[in-house]
Design a protein around this ligand. Structure first.
Ligand code: CU
Length: 136
């Protein structure tokens, strides 16, 4: 192996290390910012493949949460909670394999439906889940 090749390999490794470090740092920083926020992961799947999972989530009035909606399907899904105004003015579209992050602090108790807003299959209108918000 020539000296030039060795130098190029070392330079390449340094770039990879720096890139991985920057990415890891970004995630850690995000987690730090997110410390006081509970994260709830919801999987988006068309009805025939399992529907929203979990189909029901429980939140507490006044407690900030981050919803991470992970589309593990092969088609695009949308997310909205019409009664809470989520995904209405700013539609949330999540392409296959992508994740949408929505930070909310529930301000009213009750049961609200979350729906898919993108036509994803024949069963699309049945792609509905429930958010139950209880009093603190
Ligand atoms: Cu849909």
């Amino acid at each position: 192996m020539q000296k030039k090749q060795i130098v190029e390999i070392i330079a390449g490794l340094m770039i990879i290390t720096a890139t991985a470090g920057a990415i890891a740092g970004t995630f850690l920083y995000e987690d730090m910012l997110n410390n006081e926020r509970k994260t709830i992961v919801i999987l988006a799947l068309a009805l025939e493949f399992g529907n929203w999972s979990p189909p029901e989530i429980k939140l507490v009035e006044g407690e900030p949460v981050r919803l991470k909606i992970r589309n593990t399907d092969t088609v695009t899904h949308g997310f909205a909670v019409p009664e809470l105004g989520i995904g209405i003015d700013e539609p949330v579209e999540i392409k296959a394999g992508h994740v949408a992050k929505i930070d909310i602090t529930p301000t009213k108790k009750g049961t609200f439906l979350y729906v898919c807003t993108v036509w994803c299959s024949k069963q699309h209108p049945k792609m509905v889940g429930r958010i139950i918000i209880s009093e603190k």
